[in-house]
Ligand binder design. Structure first.
Ligand SMILES: [Zn+2]
Length: 223
């Protein structure tokens, strides 16, 4: 749901709100408004049909409002010319720049068809956003970042797969994947969160209360 003031803006702008885009121009207008530092040509709207952007944009839009500094670092959303045909041990449906938080991309041949219904777009977007968020926190708020990753470390300060496994199978892969999966789990109902995800959500919520204002983490917004 969009406040009427925002709806009026979209009507005036002639573009549908995120989730109701009707053309590639709508997608470009939304992306330029939401991610102020995108490089020219990004997003490559041709790589994904407008219907796919309608699946992905609502959660992307919500997260960009919650984390404007993360949104401002993004330079490539579905960067033009990106290739997905490199050998992978596991098929990848989306990827984000966990080192610097500069780009985010969705695999066209997966999303342009009828995506596997088990891949919930909001969760996939949220997982990838967490990789961008981690890059920003590592640079801008290292103490909070350390506190968050330590949720998944043992007493020797090494990645603890067993703790990560409480969140999800994918979380076991690495500290970065545990971070992303905990961020997804933090959006679920508090009573449904695994214990490490509850600790992770509490740290983020406290950070939010101190200045950064993402809503819904403490009270458990819906994914
Ligand atoms: Zn990941």
């Amino acid at each position: 749901m969009i406040p009427w003031t925002a709806a009026a803006f979209f009507l005036l702008a002639g573009a549908g709100p995120p989730g109701e885009f009707r053309s590639a121009a709508d997608v470009h207008a939304w992306a330029a408004r939401t991610f102020p530092n995108l490089r020219p040509g990004s997003p490559d709207v041709g790589a994904l049909p407008v219907s796919t952007w309608n699946l992905l944009a609502p959660e992307l839009d919500r997260l960009a409002r919650e984390w404007p500094e993360v949104a401002a670092r993004l330079e490539g959303l579905q960067p033009p010319g990106r290739r997905w045909d490199t050998p992978r041990t596991a098929p990848m449906i989306a990827e984000a720049d966990n080192a610097r938080g500069r780009w985010l991309a969705f695999r066209p041949d997966f999303w342009a068809g009828a995506p596997d219904p088990r891949a919930r777009p909001a969760d996939v977007v949220r997982h990838e956003w967490a990789h961008l968020l981690q890059a920003w926190l590592r640079d801008a708020h290292p103490a909070v970042h350390l506190e968050l990753v330590r949720v998944f470390r043992d007493r020797s300060d090494r990645f603890d797969r067993r703790t990560a496994s409480e969140v999800s199978r994918r979380a076991e892969a690495s500290e970065a994947e545990a971070f992303a999966e905990a961020f997804v789990a933090a959006a679920s109902r508090p009573e449904g969160r695994p214990a490490p995800a509850r600790r992770f959500a509490a740290i983020l919520a406290r950070f939010a209360a101190q200045g950064q204002p993402p809503q819904g983490l403490a009270s458990g917004g819906s994914p």
